[in-house]
Ligand binder design. Structure first.
Ligand SMILES: Nc1nc2c(ncn2[C@@H]2O[C@H](COP(=O)(O)OP(=O)(O)OP(=O)(O)O)[C@@H](O)[C@H]2O)c(=O)[nH]1
Ligand SMILES: [Mg+2]
Ligand SMILES: [Zn+2]
Length: 293
C-alpha cells in the first residue's frame, strides 16, 4: 500500500521517512533514482511502500520541490533562519550569500542574532543595515531565553532551516525550544578541531514546528550557474531604485548615472553591503566565465 511522507534523515543510502500520522519508516531508494540522476533529500515529500516486518521499504517517487539547495542538500525549506552572533566574529559576506540564495529560491529569510546576552549592539547594527533589504531581524539569546517565544511564533507554518557560521548557537537554539539534546560545542574547541559540531542534517518535528539543523551552510557558495546579471535582482533595496539608473541593465557597479551608487554615496544605502555586492558580482563573473571549464 503506497503512502506519502517526508524524508527527515538520510544516511548510508537509508532514508527515514515520517508519514502524516507521525509513524516513521526506514526506506531504500529504488535503482531507478540513480539511473535518472535523482538524489532524495532531507525535506523531500515522497511516495513510498512500507517494508514488511523487519525489511526496509522502498522510496517510489519524489514529489515536486518548492525549493532546493544542492550543497548542503536540502529540499522544500520555506524559511531560512540565518543565525549570527557577536562571537564568532560575524561573516557578513556569508550573510549576503545566504540572502541571495534565499531570494533566488523564494525562501523567506529571517535574520536571528543570537547571544544577545553578550552584546546588545550587534542586532541594532544589523537592523539598521538590513531593514532596507526587507529582512526581518530578531535579537535572541538561547542563554537567557530572550526572543525565543517571538522566534517560535515566526517559525510556525514553515519548514525552517537554521544556517550560519559554526558556533553561533544554532543547535543550542533548537535544543532550547524542542527540549531535545542536540550536540553543541564550545567555540574555542571547535576552532582547535577545525570542524563543525553538527555533522549531519535532521528534520525535527516538535510541537507543530518543523526545523532543520544543517551543517554546511557555513561554507556556502553561490551556484556557478547563477548569471552575474541576476545578482542585483536579489537585492530588494537595489530593485527599488533600478528604474532610476541611466542604463536598463545597470549592474550598479561602475556605471555612470547609477541610482544605487548615488544612494550609497549619499549614505542612504549601506556602503559595506554594496562593497560586498561588488565582491560577489566579480566572483560570479569569474565563475560564469569558467562554467564550461
Ligand atoms: N553566551 C551565549 N552563548 C551561547 C548562546 N547560545 C549558544 N551559546 C554557546 O555557543 C556555543 C556554540 O553553540 P552550538 O549550538 O554548538 O553552535 P552551532 O551553531 O550549532 O555550531 P555548528 O553545529 O558547529 O554549526 C556553545 O558553547 C553554546 O553554549 C547564547 O545565547 N549566549
Ligand atoms: Mg550545531
Ligand atoms: Zn545602477
Amino acid at each position: 500500500m503506497i503512502q506519502t511522507g517526508q524524508i527527515i534523515e538520510g544516511r548510508g543510502g537509508l532514508y527515514t521517512v515520517v508519514n502524516d500520522a507521525g509513524e516513521s519508516f526506514i526506506l531504500r531508494a529504488k535503482n531507478r533514482f540513480r539511473r535518472e540522476g535523482i538524489t532524495p533529500l532531507v525535506g523531500d515529500k515522497v511516495r513510498f511502500t512500507p517494508g514488511q516486518l523487519e525489511e526496509h521499504g522502498w522510496l517510489e517517487e519524489i514529489l515536486p520541490r518548492t525549493s532546493l539547495s544542492i550543497r548542503p542538500p536540502v529540499a522544500n525549506i520555506s524559511q531560512l533562519i540565518i543565525t549570527m552572533a557577536p562571537e564568532p566574529m560575524p561573516d557578513m559576506l556569508l550573510l549576503d550569500k545566504l540572502l541571495v540564495f534565499a531570494r533566488e529560491q523564494h525562501i523567506l529569510p529571517l535574520l536571528v542574532v543570537n547571544k544577545a546576552d553578550l552584546d546588545e549592539n550587534l542586532p541594532v547594527r544589523l537592523k539598521a543595515a538590513y531593514t532596507a533589504a526587507d529582512v526581518k531581524v530578531l535579537a535572541v539569546s538561547a542563554m537567557t531565553g530572550q526572543g525565543i517565544e517571538q522566534l517560535k511564533t515566526l517559525m510556525a507554518g514553515h519548514l525552517n532551516c537554521f544556517a550560519g557560521q559554526s558556533g553561533v548557537g544554532k543547535s543550542t537554539l533548537i535544543s532550547k525550544f524542542t527540549g531535545l539534546d542536540l550536540e553543541t560545542g564550545e567555540v574555542s574547541h571547535r576552532i582547535r578541531r577545525g570542524r563543525q559540531t553538527t555533522r549531519h542534517t535532521t528534520l525535527i518535528h516538535h510541537d507543530g514546528l518543523q526545523v532543520l539543523d544543517t551543517p554546511g551552510f557555513s561554507l556556502f557558495e553561490l551556484p556557478q550557474e547563477m548569471e552575474p546579471e541576476h545578482l542585483r535582482e536579489h537585492y530588494p533595496e537595489y530593485v527599488n531604485l533600478q528604474s532610476q539608473c541611466r542604463f536598463e541593465v545597470c549592474l550598479h557597479d561602475q556605471e555612470p548615472a547609477c541610482a544605487v551608487l548615488d544612494a550609497v554615496r549619499a549614505g542612504e544605502l549601506d556602503a559595506e553591503r554594496h562593497a560586498r555586492y561588488q565582491q560577489l558580482l566579480s566572483l560570479q563573473k569569474e565563475k560564469w566565465s569558467n562554467r564550461y571549464a
